[in-house]
Design a protein around this ligand. Structure first.
Ligand code: BGC
Length: 758
């Protein structure tokens, strides 16, 4: 008892001191606001890109190494009092260059502490991809394929550490848009098609970025892109989406809500349009939902030039003035303007709008206090100096190993006929295909440059697929031929044959062909494609090898699930690598050689036909035609699918009670046995569906998952607890409700039912 009291005493001290800290921050915000001029307040809401203040040569190119031009910086800081800077120049910087840039940017504040420091933001979306030698992890889609929350958190911790090592305290990540449009160029930046998986992984990333407290090893997270950006109906980037309220609430909002609950400090707004309303003027979503209903206390930043685009692209405002006022009043707190002279114009327009009352003082103060709150939380008022020596683990062996382990648990085995894998030694292996021999195909966009195409900064010492095979299986056992190359064809990706005769001859010499197919790195508008089908030339490489009766292992390095159905049947093995990062090739050969076991599972439904894009949680009506021989839902591979080297047996699916009442929870258990000869990590997935509901229920819906390690020949019991909240859906009145009736639970090939009663 005594210890209990002592415990309670210390706990209350902690609670009070946290409350005090918050209070101090809130008081500090009020004090600052009282002292700030209108110009200073408006400046806080303005974000410019680094390019605006860099030194340039006579041709206008930024100098290398990058250096900040004092005159331009002073204009931005002293005259316009801007609140934020983002981005890199045209390419990746070294740690020393970053150090110089951030020191220059911070200098005016260090010499005059009454000024409010800028918050610097960057897109470190799969590791600190804008610092030379930063540790590069799989892109988010690959992270989701691990279904491992610890790995997701660790990825974010390491990225935060390396971002801080570069002097930056704000990361424009994670992307929480749902990956439900496989054509979309940013599919690889998402956490897949399922809201529960994306919510769990997204919250783990936010916690990893921000830590228990925002010390010098953590960064502010930025939830992107609120909301519905990914659901474009054309599949083209930044084009309109149509999302009924039911699906907005059930599918697109949950990952953001969960991240807000996890404490995410900032949000970036959808550049596109949902239901005819550009994301940047959606008062209902930005103010009513995010800020008022969910209680989000951080700030909302626009996406690139999006205040401007309301007028120039979306045509919802005739003038820039009207566009800026609408966005601001909808709930945007900061504008990524981001160029000059646009940013100067922005400041002038907002100042005038406040003076004329078109933007209220209250709205302006709200926006500024949100920005100040985040600046306080990340310690910008406490200590601007940063020492590179505090970050000796940057690019460390431990970090690289973590990136490799993440790739190991992400890469997904989709087919393994006649156990061709693990691949035994002694085979002559032809490594071929357009993506086999360059790190850019492992990393994708947002790597060293925006589109990730520049090879200048490829991490030294990291292996391409070809190099990893040569080092694992011996150079003397490996042949190489590209066969096809990817190229940019008037802004669209295309493939063409290169030295095809060389390829054919080497196929003849090989026992096994490892054919690396996939996509060119790209994102946003440059990543738009015209068809989901993988280019014919790439598929032809497989067909040539099949005609010669060779065993072919297809290795997919792609951000989107490109359709390959005409080369699936004859392939001996198929491996989805997604975009596994700098250590992806090492991980791949460890898996292929059997040194490690596969455990990745698809975070999306892999389509078989471009005319059938359905998701795993479709309603039963979609399946109806199956019996008539039709194929309304006929994917190549299902969501959650992935093989390993072990046979797993599920048994004894048990539900703690046949009936669940309003206040109850139920416990669901299942046994999983590893009948294989090596240890395996298995993702145990629990799906529940409402048998009947007033609005058509899904056939199955992911409610829980656990990734567990099972030793060879041993068995584990997995336990899940399900609450009433988990069974709710949006009814005709737009409300989350639960209805009485039967629910079906599925784990593996097992099914059992329980009843819900009020
Ligand atoms: C992208 C954002 C990114 C921003 C800053 C925009 O074009 O849509 O995801 O954070 O640029 O680089």
């Amino acid at each position: 008892m005594k210890y209990l009291f002592i415990g309670i005493f210390f706990l209350s001290l902690l609670v009070f001191s946290c409350a005090d800290l918050k209070e101090t921050n809130e008081t500090r915000i009020d004090n600052l606001l009282n002292k700030m001029s209108l110009e200073e307040k408006v400046g806080q809401t303005c974000q410019i890109t680094l390019d605006v203040i860099l030194d340039r040569d006579e041709k206008g190119n930024a100098l290398v190494p990058a250096s900040v031009n004092e005159k331009l910086l002073n204009e931005a800081i002293d005259t316009y009092k801007i609140g934020s800077i983002l981005n890199v120049g045209s390419h990746t910087l070294s740690l020393v260059e970053w150090n110089g840039v951030i020191e220059s940017v911070n200098k005016p504040y260090i010499s005059n502490t009454s000024k409010i420091p800028v918050i610097y933001g960057v897109d470190a979306i799969h590791g600190m991809n804008y610092t030379i030698d930063g540790t590069l992890f799989p892109q988010e889609i690959g992270l989701a394929a691990t279904w491992n929350l610890d790995l997701a958190k660790r990825f974010a911790e390491i990225t935060a550490y390396e971002t801080r090592a570069s002097g930056i305290r704000w990361n424009f990540s994670p992307v929480l848009d749902l990956g439900r449009q496989p054509l979309w160029s940013r599919n690889f930046e998402t956490l897949g098609e399922d809201p529960y998986l994306a919510s769990e992984m997204g919250a783990a990333i936010v916690k990893g970025y921000q830590g228990e407290k925002l010390d010098k090893f953590h960064v502010a997270a930025c939830m992107k892109h609120f909301v519905g950006y990914s659901a474009t109906s054309s599949g083209r980037d930044r084009t309109p989406a149509w999302i009924p309220e039911k699906y907005m609430k059930e599918l697109y909002l949950p990952s953001f809500k969960k991240a807000v609950d996890a404490g995410a400090l900032t949000v970036m707004v959808n550049s596109g349009v949902v239901n005819g309303i550009p994301g940047h003027i959606n008062y209902h979503l930005l103010t009513e939902t995010l800020k008022e209903e969910w209680g989000f206390k951080g700030f909302a930043v626009s996406d690139w030039e999006d205040f401007i685009m309301l007028s120039t692209v979306h045509h919802t405002s005739e003038t820039l003035e009207d566009a800026y006022i609408k966005a601001f009043n909808a709930g945007l707190d900061m504008s990524m303007v981001p160029l000059s002279p646009q940013y100067q114009e922005y400041c002038k327009i907002i100042i005038d709008a406040v003076k004329s009352g078109k933007i209220s003082q209250k709205r302006l103060n709200d926006a500024v206090s949100r920005i100040l709150r985040v600046k306080l939380e990340i310690g910008l008022f406490d200590d601007l100096n940063y020492k590179m020596e505090d970050y000796n683990d940057f690019g460390s062996e431990e970090f690289r190993l973590s990136a490799m382990n993440t790739a190991l648990e992400s890469i997904t085995l989709l087919k393994n006929s006649n156990n061709i894998l693990p691949l035994s030694k002694g085979n002559k292996i032809l490594i071929a295909g357009p993506t086999a021999d360059n790190l850019i195909y492992l990393n994708g966009a947002w790597t060293h440059t925006w589109q990730g195409m520049d090879t200048t900064f490829n991490t030294k010492g990291c292996k391409t697929v070809r190099e990893a095979f040569e080092s694992k299986f011996g150079k003397e056992n490996c042949l190489f031929s590209k066969g096809v190359e990817l190229y940019n064809d008037k802004n669209f990706e295309n493939s063409r044959f290169v030295q095809i005769e060389d390829y054919k001859q080497k196929v003849d010499l090989a026992d096994v062909v490892v054919l690396c197919l996939g996509e060119m790195p790209s994102t946003e508008k440059p990543g738009d494609i015209r068809s989901l089908n993988l280019d014919a030339e790439q598929r032809e490489l497989a067909k040539i090898a099949y005609q010669k009766n060779k065993k072919v292992i297809l290795v997919l390095l792609e951000g989107r699930p490109r359709i390959i159905n005409d080369i699936v049947n004859e392939a001996s093995a198929i491996i989805q690598c997604y975009l596994p990062g700098d250590y992806g090739a090492d991980a791949l050969v460890k898996l292929i050689s059997g040194e490690a076991n596969f455990s990745g599972k698809l975070p999306y439904t892999y389509p078989k036909y471009d005319g059938i894009i359905e998701f795993y949680d479709h309603p039963r009506s979609v399946d109806r035609d199956k019996s008539g021989g039709f194929d309304a839902f006929d994917p190549q591979w299902e969501f959650g699918f992935g093989l390993s080297y072990c046979q797993l047996k599920y048994s004894e699916l048990k539900i703690s009670s046949p009936i669940m009442n309003a206040n109850d929870s139920i416990v669901i258990t299942v046994k999983v046995k590893n009948e294989g000869n090596m240890a395996v990590k298995e993702v145990v997935q629990l799906y529940i569906s409402d048998d009947y509901a007033s609005v058509i229920p899904e056939g199955k819906k992911l409610k829980r998952f656990q990734k567990i390690q099972i030793e060879s020949k041993s068995e584990k019991t997995v336990t899940f607890t399900i609450f009433k909240e988990d069974l709710k859906f949006i009814n005709l009145d737009g409300e989350f409700v639960i209805e009485e009736g039967d629910f079906s639970c599925r784990i593996g090939n097992l099914m059992s039912k329980f009843k819900y009663k009020f």
